[in-house]
Design a protein. Structure first.
Length: 233
């Protein structure tokens, strides 16, 4: 299982942490720059997968990841996919490629690769690392797509720059930690604490849309972290 988890971790790091805003904008602008950015992004993916798997004899991992990632992202760009469904299809396609690649690696290397991988970094630790990576950038992007239709532009001017993003990161890290460590009561405490701090702002707003938007964001963030935590367990 460690090879699969390593490939998933490499994908999350390359797709969500190493892919900068200017790279995304460059890919979506079309023309020659789009191809350059797409090529660069695919190279980063292939190198991350090859390095994190850590078996230098599996050189074809880099080639497969590069080619498939380029094709999948190119299709997404061609169809201008910026919706939730486009995001999910794109990510599921990448995961499917990773799963098939893992299945092709496994038969001839069961005893050596799996033993070496688990000795260096046990599966349970890898799974937890993947889970924490998932509740940060990937979850934030998915939430922004889910809540885009209800976005309130007026809220952006009344808060600290990117404060909401970092609050979301921290709350999902805490929730995931509570779930993994069997301290579910901590999730209830966190929800109560956030409600107390938010009550004054929502009461002053006197706007049902603002209240509903905050509730949607909070419930979505909590749901993602709890589901990831339960999957890890």
């Amino acid at each position: 299982m460690s090879i699969l988890l390593r490939l998933l971790l490499a994908h999350i790091i390359a797709d969500f942490f190493l892919q900068t805003k200017w790279m995304v904008e460059g890919k979506e602008n079309g023309g020659k720059r789009s191809k350059v950015m797409l090529t660069l992004h695919s190279i980063i993916h292939s190198l991350m997968a090859y390095l994190i798997v850590g078996d230098w004899s599996l050189w074809y991992i880099a080639i497969v990841i590069f080619v498939t990632h380029f094709i999948i992202d190119w299709c997404k760009i061609m169809f201008r996919g910026k919706s939730v469904s486009a995001f999910l299809i794109d990510q599921l396609s990448h995961v499917a490629v990773i799963f098939v690649l893992w299945m092709t690696i496994l038969p001839g290397n069961v005893s050596d690769i799996i033993k070496e991988g688990t000795d260096i970094l046990p599966d349970n630790i890898l799974m937890i690392v993947v889970a924490y990576a998932m509740v940060l950038r990937p979850s934030a992007i998915l939430m922004s797509l889910l809540l885009k239709r209800w976005h309130l532009s007026s809220m952006a001017n009344s808060s600290l720059p990117e404060a909401g993003k970092w609050i979301g990161y921290l709350e999902r890290i805490l929730i995931l930690t509570f779930v993994i460590t069997d301290n579910m009561e901590g999730v209830g405490f966190l929800l109560a604490a956030k409600s107390v701090f938010r009550f004054g702002d929502l009461n002053k707003a006197k706007d049902i849309k603002t209240t509903e938007y905050v509730m949607l964001g909070t419930m979505t963030s909590f749901a993602i972290a709890i589901i990831v935590g339960l999957l890890v367990k």
